[in-house]
Design a protein around this ligand. Structure first.
Ligand SMILES: NC(=O)c1ccc[n+]([C@@H]2O[C@H](COP(=O)([O-])OP(=O)(O)OC[C@H]3O[C@@H](n4cnc5c(N)ncnc54)[C@H](O)[C@@H]3O)[C@@H](O)[C@H]2O)c1
Length: 373
């Protein structure tokens, strides 16, 4: 199997997380296709050079169209602001490249549909990396094994606190034009993907948005403010197709929380609870058996990989944020040479986008909305 030449577009936060994944994947997953860090693309030459040097990318390029046109690029990975995803993904697919894209898939549902159509004939993937937290995989296993019984309720929260910080520079995440939405696309997309992976489709929902600070101090222009037209917080109540009731809360105004992506699942036979800020653990309660042992207990998530031959470290040696990206990439690469592609594909990203659009329609129209599954 020949190595795949990778072009990475965007060298910011995700550019770094993905660079690490390309550098590491072959070490921990020696059986999947090899990757070569061929070219990294971005607009600021100094920043680009620094990332290329730190993560050993062979070349740099400032024009993303030139990168996509290159004959020696097999795979294009999009780590740019949301409003650029669709144009880049469609151009990459039309050039016959494999396309990986950060979440949320697009700025809106129409774009997500076009992108999904465009990538139909090439391997594609969306980086919903939280799927690959080992404790989340354990929760999924418990649900699939029936260990939680019939699922009654699902409660998800994604809590960050940086929204009101006056020292935070203005960036693309603060504008509907460049981000599509605020926390709905940024944080709720992760919650929705995780929920649908665990419980299946969401049928209908009712949502509300809040923008707490419509004008923000601009640290680059002391004394002035800039307008904010995105949602700072979103609350959703939802019904899953399987009959379970769900609630979702995503906010950048949760003082005291840095990155708490969490969920609780209550079933007839048990419950699980996960918090990303304590990502190596899963809380579990068994509703059956000895009544004296029914309280919530904390499990250390097993190491990913076959028993006795973990991909990373021996049991009890915790993993971190970066491993979720390495594992996601390994899934994608294994899928390239398998009969079935790895999930989440653009189809899964589109399913999330459908729910995000329903959330927006409900919040703006102040009524329940069917997602259309
Ligand atoms: N999976 C996750 O957990 C996670 C976390 C953070 C961000 N994200 C997603 O990743 C994407 C990028 O977010 P980020 O936090 O890395 O942003 P960032 O602002 O840190 O980086 C964005 C990068 O895009 C580049 N860029 C902007 N316009 C460009 C253009 N026209 N041509 C080429 N490059 C261009 C910038 O130079 C920069 O390197 C977003 O879609 C975001 O939602 C995902």
């Amino acid at each position: 199997m020949s190595a795949l030449n990778v072009a990475l577009i965007g060298y910011g936060f995700m550019g770094k997380a993905h660079s690490n994944a390309y550098a590491q994947v072959g070490h921990f997953f020696p059986d999947v296709r090899k990757v070569r860090r061929k070219v990294v693309c971005g607009r600021n030459r100094a920043g680009l050079e620094a990332l290329a040097k730190a993560w050993e990318w062979e070349e740099i390029e400032s024009d993303w169209r030139r990168v996509i046109e290159r004959k020696d690029v097999d795979l294009v990975d999009i780590c740019t602001p949301n409003y650029l995803h669709s144009e880049m993904a469609i151009a990459a697919a039309e050039a016959g490249k494999m396309v990986l894209c950060e979440k949320p898939l697009a700025n809106n549902l129409a774009e997500a549909r076009e992108m999904t159509e465009a990538v139909a004939s090439v391997p594609n993937f969306v980086w919903f990396n939280y799927r690959r937290v080992p404790a989340v995989e354990l929760a999924r296993r418990f649900i699939e094994e029936g260990r939680l019984g019939r699922i009654y309720q699902y409660r998800a929260q994604y809590l960050q606190q940086w929204g009101p910080d006056p020292s935070r520079p203005r960036n693309w995440k603060m504008s509907k034009r460049t981000a599509g939405s605020g926390v709905n696309g940024d944080l709720n997309s992760h919650l929705v993907d995780m929920a649908m992976m665990l419980l299946g489709p969401i049928r209908e929902l009712s949502a509300t948005f809040e923008t707490f600070l419509a004008k923000r101090p601009d640290p680059d222009n002391p004394g002035s403010t800039y307008p904010v037209d995105i949602d700072d917080a979103v609350l959703v109540q939802a019904r899953f197709d399987n009959g379970a009731l769900g609630s979702f809360e995503a906010t950048r105004f949760a003082t005291g929380f840095q990155n708490d992506n969490s969920f609780v699942v209550h079933g007839s036979r048990g419950m699980v609870e996960f918090h990303f800020e304590d990502m190596n653990r899963l809380v579990f309660a068994d509703a059956g058996g000895d009544p004296d042992l029914r309280g919530r207990r904390t499990l250390l998530a097993p190491s990913p990989g076959p028993p006795g031959a973990p991909h990373y470290w021996k049991p009890g040696h915790p993993l971190g944020y970066e491993h979720t990206f390495i594992s996601s990439l390994a899934d994608f690469l294994a899928g390239v040479d398998a009969p079935e592609p790895a999930k989440p594909t653009f189809e899964d990203g589109l399913a999330v986008q459908r729910v995000l659009a329903a959330v927006e329609a409900s919040a703006l129209g102040r009524h329940w909305v069917e997602t259309g599954l």
